[in-house]
Design a protein around this ligand. Structure first.
Ligand SMILES: *[C@@H]1O[C@H](CO)[C@@H](O)[C@H](O)[C@H]1NC(C)=O
Ligand SMILES: *[C@@H]1O[C@H](CO)[C@@H](O)[C@H](O)[C@H]1NC(C)=O
Length: 156
């Protein structure tokens, strides 16, 4: 009984982990949101973005916006390479393709003077999901759960 129950718990944990690994939602700037004078490169530095993840830009609608630009637009804080402007104040951007992605605020001089610019590199998902749900880790999980269940049975 104990073994069966902990096996079930262990397997559901692994599936939950696999799901959360394969689709993360990143709130840009965390609690600060999308705002003036925040270091978005420092924010992005220790994160690894995969296809399937999402970026969420939070700000008071009307004070900022989110413009998807290319590398040139990013360098020059120019929205002429504009490939979509988001204005809702809670803009969710699914990362659908691998490669570099550039986002700037197109309001006033928020990009040039107040640092509202973010560049990230999105990696293809194949490696992360292969590790997350490989049969080896599930088999290992079942064996480990059975074993700890057995230990419990002996102890009780
Ligand atoms: C970015 O877009 C602009 C305007 O469409 C274009 O002139 C420029 O060559 C593009 N830069 C890159 C690096 O693709
Ligand atoms: C603009 O976005 C569309 C999809 O929304 C994409 O197919 C297209 O390649 C993008 N263009 C540029 C210049 O990034």
């Amino acid at each position: 009984m104990a073994a069966a129950r902990s096996t079930i718990i262990f397997i559901s944990t692994i599936f939950l982990l696999a799901t959360s690994i394969s689709a993360k939602e990143y709130v840009v700037g965390d609690g600060s949101g999308w705002t003036l004078d925040f270091d978005y490169q420092a924010w992005a530095k220790d994160k690894v973005f995969y296809v399937g993840d999402k970026l969420v830009f939070n700000y008071a609608s009307g004070t900022h916006n989110v413009v998807k630009v290319n590398g040139t637009g990013f360098q020059q804080c120019s929205t002429s390479s504009n490939n979509g402007t988001l204005t809702s104040g809670r803009d969710v951007i699914p990362l659908q393709t691998p490669g570099k992605k550039w986002y700037i605020c197109g309001v006033a001089k928020h990009c040039e003077s107040r640092n509202m610019k973010l560049v990230i590199t999105v990696l293809s998902q194949s490696m992360s999901s292969a590790v997350a749900i490989s049969p080896v880790s599930i088999t290992y999980g079942i064996v480990a759960a059975l074993f700890s269940g057995l230990m419990l049975t002996f102890l009780v």
